[in-house]
Design a protein around this ligand. Structure first.
Ligand code: HEC
Length: 142
């Protein structure tokens, strides 16, 4: 049960953790990566409901879903150019490189190349306030 719950987490972890997972240390890898397992609460999933709702609307408004599959967010045309953002609240890292927290995720959304130079994710002209709301919604996805 714990190993099953940890699997999606380990799949997104950096290679060293992936190796540990392959060695049958799924639970250990999940804990080392700050991954939550089972019924434990999301580390940053408790933003006020109004902020999360605002983020959900903004994600649709900016059409982030044109590149990402995001639970609860519709897109006019969906492509798979970007990674699936399901269960993003349980991710330890943004694109496997940047610790996934409210401040770093909001920064990523406003200016992805500032965190990961050369990333194919475009800057979408999102204001810092809007990005914080979007991050609140994404971090509540489990
Ligand atoms: C043109 C396509 C495109 C659009 C539009 C887009 N993204 Fe992305 N996004 C990407 C790509 C490609 C990546 C992977 C970047 C990398 O690997 O460096 C990414 C990565 C991400 C990640 C990290 C995913 C992971 O697996 O760690 C998040 C979060 C994210 N985008 C959020 C957003 C939000 C929020 C918006 C809307 C404001 C948005 N994206 C709009 C293409 C897009």
């Amino acid at each position: 049960m714990a190993a099953f719950a940890a699997a999606p987490c380990a799949a997104h972890a950096p290679p060293s953790r992936r190796t540990a997972a392959a060695a049958g240390l799924l639970m250990l890898a999940a804990l080392a990566g700050g991954c939550e397992v089972g019924e434990r609460p999301l580390p940053y999933g408790n933003a006020p409901p109004a902020q999360r709702l605002s983020g959900q609307r903004l994600l649709a408004q900016y059409q982030c879903g044109s590149c990402h599959a995001i639970p609860g967010v519709a897109a006019i045309r969906q492509s798979t150019r970007g990674p699936v953002l399901a269960a993003f609240g349980r991710r330890s890292y943004i694109v496997g490189q940047v610790p996934n927290r409210p401040d770093t995720l909001a920064r990523w959304i406003t200016e992805p190349a500032a965190l990961v130079p050369g990333t194919p994710m475009p800057a979408m002209g999102v204001s810092p306030a809007d990005a914080r709301d979007m991050a609140a919604y994404l971090l509540a996805l489990e």
